[in-house]
Design a protein around this ligand. Structure first.
Ligand code: ZN
Length: 665
């Protein structure tokens, strides 16, 4: 199979720069009015403005999808386990001399000394961020003259990765090896420099034309290497509401999304306190607590969950040595995870543009709504509320929420942090976090209240006067399960009697008004019911009722505990059908849809090429996940990249296949 992801990049856009180059690129984004550029101007750097001069970069695509999806470890919050042991990540650097001329070399082309220094810094940064589990080593440097007429980034990576270092990176052979190929061009490669990297797969490839300089070249490599480790982008989101500063997960979408306007548009790289946000010259902020905890790089996190929980929590500086460096709150209403972290102008975070001490820098997030960043106070630091969200493809992105009011208390102008005295309430009042105080030495003192139980005390059912009263308490071993997954939610009800006698009877678990199941109460006073794997996706309000065997004990009903069933993931694959694709002839292709735990996925599959739909067929339960799709005939010879998309169902997520290259003769 050809190396589709790279080709995909080439086919869509060659300009895949992620580098902020000082928000000077912002005017290129349709959603950003000119005001954003002037307001952001203070972060311009010399390196950036040089590279950004002339043509604005396309910031939208620097993540290259890795083909072998099974290699990617699924990370769900319920399954996070600490990374253990040291994994060596050998880095092979290939310096491409793309064109024969030296006149188009960048001002600071990479040389061996700068490459060695850059890989050392790559090691030091990720060694620290990973909790000393990612050990980057320099495995080799080579120089490769390509003799190409011009420097086209995707073409360069495509050419180099087939031959570099004896072909050890050809055909994604690196996947699963933790080996990385970094291709640095001597040329700027276009009017602005470009960088991109593969996402996940235990190894990877990076292309950068930013060189190996410590000011900008290294921050770019740190970011792209983060993609190799599986991390998505760090963005900033602002909900278009002056009363609720948060929304459902589906309310958050990239501002560049062509769907209907999002309720909470997200600027994809807009988190300046995260290496996976914009690359800013000389800035090397930490990876957020969200990504570090989810990756198992950091276990120093306080988790609050359970309706009715009220706690005061001290969150210490993410850059510091004190314990308690992150707070995770599981929203009792939505089941969604939120992270609260405290970032201070210390260590590597001190380099962040956010602590740059520059004038207020704000951008219009949507008409009438202005999000401000780069303004956190160096003396107090910054309390941030972040959410891990899947905004594009399957990679989890992080979103720093615009939660804080500015000095004018105008809810349409908000900061991406909370100041002392401010508070944030999640969508539908799930939980509230209030900042009591924050000092870099003492940490941020937070009051956290989760909605629920206080209003939902167990209700005792009417009982004969002589009956012993009982109370039922319902707990779940996890708050989420995935449709079809064997990992299911077990709901345990504990029944207690007021006189200490053993409760005797049966507990029935209901989901709304539907009975899930029943179980006898054991001698320990507990009864457990496990939800079926076929429980439909969505929120499920669970409630348990104890029905005693005799009138000697009274019945009781628990408070509601809401759990969430997530859609099953799916993967789509496209292969040649029984009739080949030829010019002016009927043809078909085969689409296979797989979903873990779902033997016979249903739904519509659509085959398209370059945005044109070629054919569409419905998968039925009889299809067994495999269907032949007739495609309209091609009238012109040429090379076509076909993809299949599966629309999903209420219980199964949509997916898109890798590209299949078809040569029509
Ligand atoms: Zn990126």
């Amino acid at each position: 199979m050809p190396s589709f992801p790279i080709r995909r990049l080439a086919a869509t856009t060659a300009a895949a720069a992620l580098v902020l180059t000082a928000l000077a690129t912002a005017p290129a984004q349709a959603a950003s009015p000119p005001a954003a550029a002037s307001a952001a101007a203070p972060v311009t750097t010399s390196a950036a403005s040089t590279t950004a001069a002339g043509a604005p970069a396309d910031l939208s695509r620097d993540m290259v999808t890795v083909p072998a999806a099974p290699l990617l470890r699924a990370r769900t919050d319920d399954a996070v386990s600490p990374a253990t042991g040291v994994t060596t990540h050998p880095v092979y650097v290939s310096v491409a001399t793309v064109t024969a001329a030296t006149s188009d070399d960048s001002p600071t082309p990479p040389d061996e000394a700068s490459i060695r220094a850059a890989v050392t810094q790559l090691h030091d940064y990720w060694w620290a961020e990973s909790g000393h589990t990612v050990d980057v080593t320099l495995a080799g440097i080579e120089t490769r003259p390509l003799g190409q007429a011009s420097c086209v980034p995707a073409t360069v990576l495509n050419t180099v990765h087939t031959a570099a270092f004896g072909g050890r990176f050809a055909k994604y052979a690196w996947a699963g090896t933790n080996e990385h190929l970094i291709v640095l061009s001597r040329e700027t490669c276009g009017t602005t420099a470009t960088a991109f990297g593969t996402v996940g797969g235990d190894g990877g490839e990076v292309f950068s034309s930013y060189g190996a300089g410590s000011a900008l070249g290294v921050p770019v490599l740190l970011h792209e290497f983060g993609h190799n480790l599986g991390f998505g982008h760090a963005g900033a989101g602002m909900c278009r509401s002056t009363t609720s500063f948060d929304g459902a997960a589906s309310d958050y979408r990239y501002a560049t999304s062509t769907d209907s306007p999002a309720a909470c548009p997200v600027l994809e790289y807009g988190d300046f306190l995260d290496i996976m946000g914009y690359s800013v010259s000389s800035a090397r902020p930490h990876l957020s607590s969200v990504q570090r905890v989810r990756a198992g790089f950091m276990t120093d996190v306080t988790t609050l969950s359970g309706a009715g929980t009220t706690r005061q929590v001290v969150v210490t500086s993410l850059d510091g040595t004190a314990t308690g460096r992150a707070l995770k709150v599981v929203d009792p209403i939505s089941g969604q995870d939120y992270y609260v972290e405290y970032r201070t102008a210390t260590g590597t975070d001190a380099t962040s543009a956010e602590f740059g001490g520059r004038a207020a820098s704000c951008a219009v997030a949507a008409p009438g709504f202005t999000r401000c960043g780069l303004t956190s106070d160096r003396t107090t630091g910054s309390v941030r509320v972040l959410r891990p969200l899947t905004l594009a493809g399957s990679t989890v992105s992080t979103v720093a929420l615009a939660v804080g009011l500015d000095t004018k208390r105008d809810p349409s102008r908000r900061d991406t942090h909370l100041d002392a005295g401010e508070s944030f309430t999640s969508a539908n009042g799930g939980f509230t976090v209030s900042v009591r105080s924050m000092t870099p030495s003492g940490g941020a003192v937070l009051d956290v209240t989760l909605a629920g139980a206080a209003k939902q005390q167990p209700v005792a059912a009417p009982a004969p006067a002589s009956a012993v009263a009982t109370a039922s308490t319902l707990t779940v071993d996890r708050t989420r399960q995935t449709y079809g997954s064997p990992t299911r939610i077990t709901a345990t009800t504990r029944v207690v009697t007021t006189d200490g006698s053993t409760p005797t009877g049966t507990v029935t678990l209901r989901d709304g008004t539907t009975t899930v199941g029943s179980a006898r109460v054991g001698t320990d006073g507990r009864a457990a019911v496990t939800l079926p794997a076929t429980t439909r996706s969505g929120a499920h309000p669970l409630r348990a009722s104890f029905v005693p065997d005799t009138a000697a004990q009274a019945g009781s009903t628990s408070a509601i505990v809401t759990v969430t069933v997530d859609k099953a993931s799916s993967t789509s694959a496209l292969s040649t059908g029984t009739t080949p694709v030829k010019r002016n002839a009927a043809a078909n292709v085969t689409v296979t849809v797989a979903s873990p735990g779902v033997a016979r996925p249903e739904g519509v599959v659509t085959v398209s090429a370059g945005g044109t739909v070629l054919g569409s067929t419905r998968l039925t339960s009889a299809s067994g996940g495999r269907v032949s799709v007739p495609v309209s005939s091609f009238t012109r010879a040429g090379v076509y990249a076909l993809t299949a998309s599966y629309a999903g169902t209420d219980d199964v997520s949509a997916s898109v296949s890798k590209r299949m290259i078809v040569v029509v003769r």
